[in-house]
Design a protein around this ligand. Structure first.
Ligand code: AMP
Ligand code: MG
Length: 401
């Protein structure tokens, strides 16, 4: 049986690189950038005024002038005026500094009498103050974003500021999320006492959405060899990534590994020394399709999706690797089996500025109701069985950067 690290390596080793596609900037949030975003212009593109007030020449002030007849008003978006000697221009935040002006005094520090601006007697005027000089943030052509960045709302500001209506990102692969099980009934359908609501499919789709993958469709297949064979064959034909749940344990109706093998999907591994999620199965289809078969238990399915599927998609998209994250256990944990324990946790921070991971008990690996209060899970080494409060552990957030 593989260790969790070996299983992740095997998944990443089998992961291809998705091609590049161009999308509208407004659809790019969460997608992985595949181009350099270069500054369209220097920032700011002109000497930008930072206060509502008046602009005048330092030389006039320096020679003792304290009252300045108003020559004109210039707002943000107006072309720069040329200031005449001995005058001032009423100026607004965001405007470009008028030619010949190099002093700004905020409107709060002046009074206007007979169309002349008089500066408060005790106000100390400084040359060039409240001017955001042209190019002082970055120069034209500067590399503002580089490939591998998962595009955040802040990055959208940068891309838009560079005048790009479209942007190159990693292609969104065609995926299928497949729930197997006779007992499963989707929301919206009538349900009997002996049946179970289908929840893994919607949860996996939602996690994919949050990571910027939008082209996954869902299917529900019964535990029937022929149905599994026909439907999985069609899904392998149509999709690049298959994410199944259920049917990979040792039960008599757990046909998924057998049917996948019959369809020419090569097993990369089956079973990982972890809890929850030990029955996890992973293989590669005849056309290079990635096939993840997650255990059906809802906690196992979500942990395995986050632990194996998401890193694989991130690598295929070319996402820059994020450094490992750590947290300190907030309470003692005891875990006896010689398996890596993925313990769901809620994060809290203490007054010393540390991130603490508070273990949240799940009744069984089927108890998904308690997961809602968690931020992720921590990884407890399989070689150890007692983890005192304060132990530093790897943290995996459900929704990482
Ligand atoms: P399995 O791995 O197919 O043996 O399923 C293990 C447990 O998870 C069983 O109790 C199933 O009813 C439950 N289960 C499997 N798939 C789902 C699903 N899509 N939604 C909710 N529960 C599921
Ligand atoms: Mg099942």
């Amino acid at each position: 049986m593989l260790t969790t690290a070996e299983a992740l390596d095997a998944v990443l080793g089998a992961t291809p690189t998705f091609p590049t596609e161009t999308v509208d900037t407004r659809d790019a949030t969460g997608r992985v950038l595949r181009q350099i975003i270069r500054a369209e212009r220097s920032q700011p593109p002109f000497d930008r005024v930072m206060m509502d007030g008046i602009a005048f020449a330092w030389s006039d002030y320096d020679s003792g002038q304290r009252s300045f007849p108003v020559q004109a008003m210039q707002a943000a978006g107006d072309p720069a005026l040329t200031l005449a000697g001995g005058r001032c221009i009423e100026i607004m935040t965001g405007a470009s500094l008028p030619a010949n002006a190099n002093c700004i005094v905020p409107v709060e520090r002046i009074t206007i009498v007979d169309n002349a601006a008089k500066i408060e007697a005790d106000y100390e005027v400084k040359k060039d103050r409240f001017v955001h000089p042209r190019g002082s943030d970055f120069a034209e052509g500067a590399h503002l974003l580089t490939p591998g960045k998962r595009i955040s709302p802040l990055d959208i500001a940068i891309i838009a500021s560079c005048g790009q209506t479209r942007v190159d990102v990693a292609a969104d692969p065609v995926m299928r999320v497949i729930s197997t099980g006779n007992e499963l009934v989707a929301a919206g359908e009538p349900i009997e006492e002996h049946q179970i609501r289908l929840s893994n499919g919607p949860a996996v789709l939602s996690m994919l959405e949050r990571y910027g993958y939008h082209r996954a469709l869902h299917d529900h297949i019964r535990d029937d060899i022929n149905a599994l064979h026909d439907r999985l064959e069609a899904h392998l034909e149509a999709a690049e990534v298959l994410i199944l749940s259920g049917g990979v344990s040792m039960g008599k109706a757990d046909y998924v590994p057998q049917v996948l093998a019959d369809l020419g999907v090569a097993t990369v591994f089956h079973k990982v020394s972890q809890r929850p999620g030990k029955p996890m199965w992973f293989g590669k289809g005849p056309g290079g399709q990635l096939v993840f078969a997650l255990p059906g238990n809802p906690v196992s399915a979500l942990v395995c999706c986050r632990q194996y599927v998401i890193p694989s998609l991130a690598k295929a998209s070319g996402a820059t690797e994020t450094p490992p994250e750590f947290a300190a256990l907030a309470s003692n944990v005891s875990f006896k089996p010689a398996l890596t324990c993925f313990q769901p946790v809620r994060l809290i921070s203490n007054a010393a500025g540390q991130t603490l991971a508070m273990p949240v008990k799940t009744n069984t690996s089927g108890d998904f109701a308690s997961l809602s209060a968690t931020d992720g899970y921590v990884e407890l080494a399989k070689e150890q069985s007692e983890f005192p409060a304060g132990t530093p552990v790897f943290l995996h957030r459900w929704i990482a950067r």
